[in-house]
Design a binder for this molecule. Structure first.
Ligand SMILES: [Zn+2]
Length: 466
């Protein structure tokens, strides 16, 4: 047998082991794994001597801002940034304009993404109405739903009021409708208790608090924990198996708290507790909360967490199932407002996450196996598309991320592919970088260059992949 591509001499990492093997790829699929003696001849060969080979990373949390906010990001540039960060697939979020909460809007959005995306993709549909949820799920390849429990008392973006579902009865009706279709449908939820969030926001403003701690406490504070409890409870009583709580780590980011609570319960604290009760929950670590190194709180580095040892401990204790830095771009000038209450929140994580976390692999904070589990295998399992995605196995899509774990580099925002063109991590020294990203057997990113065309990425339809 002759094949299209062979990757030779690398070390393959799965969640449970690491081993030397060659990978043979034909028609976009992995057709052979094994020693070089048995590797078939190939049209193209990549010599991965000294390199580490991971299943392509799957990113379940990007906001590529299309349609509507294309000055911040779009499918073409966003997917290039993701490919440069080792990702082979993404799930896009529905808080664009118009919001992606109807069948027609969902189909329009998929068409847009399919035209422009470099890597494989699907989009979360925004769940706002039980009937529409059923219509979207039954008539498309949609993999799952996003629920924003949050809306801001004064600002309409990125927390779009029409997308917000924070009333207990509405949330229950949506969960119930989803559970009646299939209890394994993935749901990603931004937890918040809106009445509490409003109260915290106006208390902080009345106190004259105007630093980034105040911004976090008034938006991403105890309201998130309370909302998480409500969502987890409703998922538990309706029997939903795949509720993913987003943003664990966000409400650890309060270097100088203004609000005086007797007990401060963060998302990490609550999810740890709920998992100890045996509740079915997935938890997504927002890694910016523990990868930030600079204690000076200026606008670009405002994600500083004073006690990130707590988060590393939670990682060791398996509190998190998924890990990334969310990609929620704002323009530099939208984020850098003199009044902190006017600053748009969101950072650009798709391209920088992998080198930052590989640096921590080199620091001994986690193994490559654990990284594979949290960034390839678990996302694919959560989405119900494993092992066609998220695995290096015979028969899987040939989605592969090759890394040089020893290469030293400096994060340089002028080299980002993301449209907004800046990074919270600009200037950080890193050790370990992705060198090639391969999607279904095609090299789409190679040593700093994008090597495939917009639209190469494929819509990952549940009817084909589940
Ligand atoms: Zn987000």
């Amino acid at each position: 047998m002759s094949v299209d591509l062979v990757i030779k001499n690398g070390t393959i990492h799965t969640s449970s082991n690491s081993y030397a093997a060659d990978i043979a790829i034909k028609d976009g699929l992995i057709v052979h794994l094994g020693s070089s003696v048995t590797t078939p001849s190939a049209t193209e060969i990549i010599d991965a001597t000294g390199k580490e080979i991971l299943p392509g990373l799957v990113n379940q949390h990007v906001h590529f801002r299309e349609p509507g906010q294309t000055h911040k990001e779009d499918f073409e540039k966003g997917s290039q940034a993701a490919a440069a960060g080792g990702y082979t697939m993404y799930m896009d979020m529905p808080n664009c304009t118009p919001i992606t909460n109807t069948l027609e809007r969902y189909q329009d959005k998929v068409a847009l993404a399919s035209e422009k995306s470099l890597i494989d993709h699907n989009s979360w549909a925004g769940a706002t109405d039980p009937d529409e949820v059923v219509k979207i799920y039954n008539n498309t390849g949609n993999l799952g739903f996003k629920i924003f429990m949050h809306r801001h008392p004064e600002v309409d973006y990125p927390y779009v009021p029409e997308l917000a579902v924070y009333e207990t009865n509405r949330l229950y009706n949506i969960f119930d409708a989803i559970a009646k279709m299939d209890k394994n449908i993935p749901i990603s939820i931004h937890p918040s208790d809106v009445p509490l969030a409003d109260e915290l926001f106006y208390r902080l403003k009345a106190m004259g608090a105007d630093d980034y701690s105040a911004l976090r406490e008034g938006k991403d504070g105890m309201n998130m924990t309370l909302g998480c409890f409500e969502a987890a409870f409703l998922a538990h009583i309706t029997g939903l198996k795949h509720l993913n709580i987003l943003h664990l780590g966000f409400n650890e980011i309060t270097p100088k708290p203004h609000l005086d609570f007797e007990n401060r319960v963060t998302l990490v604290d609550l999810v740890r507790k709920l998992k100890s009760w045996g509740w079915d929950l997935h938890a997504e670590a927002e890694a910016s909360a523990f990868l930030q190194r600079d204690p000076s709180v200026n606008w670009k580095r405002r994600w500083y967490t004073p006690d990130n040892e707590k988060l590393w401990k939670a990682l060791d204790d398996e509190v998190f199932d998924l890990m990334l830095i969310e990609h929620a771009p704002q323009l530099e000038e939208e984020a850098n407002k003199p009044d902190v209450w006017d600053a748009a929140s969101g950072l650009l994580g798709a391209q920088d996450f992998l080198p930052l976390i590989l640096t921590e692999v080199n620091n001994g904070r986690l193994t490559l196996n654990k990284l594979v589990k949290m960034t390839s295998e678990n996302p694919a399992k959560f989405l119900g598309i494993y092992p066609k995605k998220g695995a290096i196995q015979v028969g899987s899509d040939a989605d592969i991320t090759i890394i040089d774990l020893n290469r030293k580099s400096v994060i340089d925002e002028s080299k980002t592919f993301a449209k907004a063109g800046w990074s919270s991590f600009d200037g950080y020294d890193v050790i370990g970088v992705p060198t090639q990203t391969i999607v279904r057997g095609t090299v789409v990113y190679d040593e700093g260059e994008i090597t495939a065309d917009p639209g190469y990425g494929k819509y990952i339809d549940k009817n084909e992949y589940r």
